[in-house]
Design a protein around this ligand. Structure first.
Ligand code: FAD
Ligand code: NAP
Ligand code: FMN
Length: 662
């Protein structure tokens, strides 16, 4: 977990002060005599008292001790908040920090508690936004005046007026900010950024440890806010894909600190016990079903859209939402909790010499499963990350593995992680002999997969359609199967059920005015949301012009939804369509080549106020399409490169250049 990772990386004195212990299978922090200001008797008393306290008692105690150190002004806050029955938790580590005499870069204790807080989020696929909404409602519940705003909607002059800023942001691309956060990110990192000496802030960074630049955007914001003079309320938390517990821990710390009226830490993240797990991240959906409580949707249809002889397989899957209350809009995604490939689970069990029936505890609540079931449905077994290898090195003491995770071996580590899975790790470093509990404790929870919804909810009430390309490839002499797409292609029969929820995507919406022209660029599965867009425009009778750029490998086998586009063209729902079949000619032809061929007309649409949508491959296509758009703007608008950049940035600000890329 990232919280324990952050904890382990803290200043040395805290490591000496506190120790991780396991009590009834639950990890807790234990205070130690070494380097702490307490004698043995005091430590013994504290260690007997602290683990037994409930959340309210911890909050109260934290506030009480803080008030003793600070002024009378903060004294009332914790008492009042404890009386109000709040559930935020602080840890023994917070406690240690409060009583330690280390110099603090954080806000001084005793500052009067302000009730105004800004929750600012930067989110691409909805996770940071969902957490921001959750944090806001918790703050409001505790009497704070909360302004919740997306980075895309923030006016630069608002920043200067803020007193307390809670910033939640994910990282995308290769260490880049989410689209809606780019302008704010650039502004804050520019010379125009204001001094923020009066600002108190804290950052929750979302990311994925399998990426090289883990949580980079959150790290950048955190550092920059400090450089500009801001003071941390609590330290940044860096969250991996299974972010629930770590995000809840950070929120608990923030609430405890705000309620206590001052900052709590001076450096390094603090590990707190988790009592409140993040709830619904999907926001705005009145259904009882959400990310933390997925709906079991029945599969109504599962077809291969590619013709015989195609190199690819793309499944069109229809699911029933009947009775779920789940609603969506064109542009939203469907998220699915997948299961691992049974053969890979069998191979891992065999390699470890486990029967599969060994019991493992899978979470802090002490929930137990057989290891076979846990590997199939609960744990990620197809991705290796640096934290996983680091923990495996510590567990096994394997010298080669330990060397691999040492500083100076980054390139070697990156190369090892790429294209390998848990089975490789077990075989390469002889993990056999370790218990099922020891090995599963190293693993992350299997994350849900998102798919751009390809149906219009108006055209298909109570149904949701997705368009999924099957991922499979060979690596290190073994066939590898994309977890979710292969499950959908090979093991998802009509009549079976899948755990799903809706991930809202407010950044990828049809224009408000039905007569606004739209330009849709979606090669491959990137075309999925445009089927939803046009289905919706057909149902609502929208009159705006529409232009689709579609690409795939071969006309005869890979023209996804060909009949529907042709019908929409005939009916006028789709004004024009340009296609690029990359492997039907000797020279590759991509969507951006078609855009260039029609650059004058495309620019005229932009000048008329068209909204441009790009969906599909993030790594190459989205970059190349953006470069082509800039080229067209430069050429047809008779602008220089800088002006063309400003033109596109302006479109982004006006929400007229929207991307759903992955
Ligand atoms: C907002 C959003 C919308 C999306 N919409 C769609 C959609 O509409 N349709 C769709 O099909 N997908 C979509 N995706 C992608 C989808 O979520 C999954 O990532 C995809 O289906 C793969 O998941 P998987 O579990 O099958 O594969 P995984 O088990 O996650 O494996 C995929 C990973 O395998 C590795 N890999 C793949 N190919 C190779 C190779 N040749 N060599 C080495 N390594 C390789 C890569 O690391 C890749 O990330 C979307 C993603 C996002 C974030
Ligand atoms: N994270 C994942 O695991 C995952 C899973 C599924 C899809 N995806 C991403 O989603 C994308 C969509 O997948 P898909 O299979 O439907 O389609 P795709 O791989 O994007 O291919 C669609 C068309 O785009 C072309 N293309 C390749 N490079 C391009 C570029 N730089 N600019 C414009 N067009 C380009 C392809 O041509 P050629 O093939 O002839 O080069 C093909 O004709 C994938 O590329 C992949 O990155 C990711
Ligand atoms: C296309 C793509 C690229 C990503 N790149 C990174 C990255 O460079 N570094 C990282 O730490 N996480 C990366 N992530 C993981 C996301 O930050 C993570 O899934 C996060 O929970 C998303 O939050 P959001 O839904 O608020 O955008 C990437 C995710 C996707 C889909």
């Amino acid at each position: 977990m990232c919280s324990s990772r952050s904890f382990l990386s803290r200043a040395g004195f805290l490591n000496n002060l506190l120790k991780m212990c396991t009590l009834d299978g639950v990890k807790i922090l234990v205070l130690q005599v070494t380097n702490s200001p307490f004698n043995e008797e005091q430590v013994d008393l504290l260690n007997r008292l602290l683990p037994g306290l409930n959340d309210s008692q911890r909050v109260w105690l934290s506030g009480y001790l803080t008030a003793l150190l600070g002024t009378a002004a903060v004294e009332a806050a914790p008492i009042a908040s404890a009386a109000a029955g709040q559930t935020a938790t602080v840890s023994t580590a917070d406690f240690a920090m409060l009583t330690a005499s280390e110099p603090s870069s954080a806000v001084q204790a005793g500052a009067p508690a302000s009730k105004e807080v800004t929750v600012l989020y930067g989110s691409q696929t909805g996770n940071a936004k969902g957490l921001a909404q959750q944090l806001s409602s918790r703050l409001e519940g505790e009497g704070f005046q909360v302004t919740t705003v997306s980075m895309g909607d923030l006016k630069p002059n608002q920043l200067k007026k803020m007193e307390r800023l809670l910033l939640l942001v994910s990282t995308h691309g290769e260490g880049e900010p989410p689209d809606a956060a780019i302008s704010f990110y650039e502004f804050l990192h520019s010379k125009r950024a204001p001094k923020l000496e009066g600002l108190e802030f804290s950052v929750l960074a979302l990311g994925d440890t399998s990426y090289e630049f883990f949580c980079q955007t959150g790290k950048d914001f955190d550092q920059r806010l400090e450089e500009l003079g801001g003071k941390r309320i609590v330290e940044r938390a860096d969250c991996d894909v299974d972010f629930d517990e770590a995000a809840a821990e950070w929120m608990n710390q923030v609430l405890a600190a705000l309620n206590a009226g001052h900052a709590t830490t001076a450096g390094g993240a603090v590990h707190v016990s988790t009592s409140q797990i993040a709830g619904d991240q999907t926001g705005g959906n009145s259904s009882a079903y959400s990310r933390t409580n997925p709906f079991q949707a029945e599969i109504l249809e599962n077809l291969n859209l590619n013709g015989r002889g195609s190199k690819r397989e793309t499944r069109h899957i229809e699911l029933s939402l009947e009775g779920s209350g789940l609603q969506y809009q064109p542009g939203d995604c469907l998220a699915i909790y997948p299961e691992n490939h049974p053969q890979l689970v069998t191979d891992i069990l065999e390699a470890m010499g486990w029967s599969g029936q060994e019991t493992v505890t899978i979470n802090k609540n002490g929930e137990q499963r057989s290891v076979g079931d846990a590997l199939l449905t609960h744990y990620e077994i197809t991705v290796l990350t640096k934290p996983l290898l680091t923990q495996a090195a510590a567990l096994t003491g394997n010298a080669r593995l330990q060397e691999l995770v040492q500083p100076g071996h980054e390139a070697e580590l990156k190369s090892y992680l790429n294209g390998r899975d848990l089975l490789d790790l077990i075989q390469d470093f002889s993990l056999k002999g370790h218990s099922a509990q020891e090995i599963t404790a190293l693993l992350r929870k299997i994350p849900p997969r998102q798919y751009s919804i390809s149906s219009s909810p108006t055209a298909y009430p109570e149904e949701v359609h997705i368009t999924v390309r099957t991922v499979n490839y060979e690596s290190y002499g073994r066939e590898r199967y994309g977890v979710c797409s292969t499950q959908l292609a090979q093991r998802a029969e009509v009549g079976e059920h899948l755990p799903v929820y809706i991930q809202q995507n407010d950044q990828f919406r049809l224009p408000e005015h039905p007569d606004t022209p739209i330009i849709m660029i979606g090669p491959g599965t990137g075309v999925a949301p445009f089927r939803a867009f046009l289905g919706e425009r057909e149902e609502t009778g929208a009159t705006g012009k529409s232009w689709l750029f579609y690409g795939n490998q071969h006309f005869t086998t890979d023209f996804l939804y060909q009949i529907e586009w042709q019908r929409w063209l005939k009916d006028g729902v789709l004004t024009r369509m340009d296609v690029a079949f990359s492997r039907d000619t000797t020279e590759k032809v991509y969507v951006q080549h078609r855009m260039l061929e029609h650059s004058r007309e495309l620019f005229a649409w932009l000048e008329e106020g068209a909204v441009v949508y790009v969906c599909g491959d993030e790594k190459r296509m989205a970059h190349d399409v953006q470069a082509t758009l800039l080229q067209i703007i430069e050429r047809e608008g008779v602008l220089n490169a800088e002006q063309a950049g400003q033109y596109l940035a302006g479109m982004q600000q006006e929400k007229r250049y929207l991307r759903d890329v992955y």
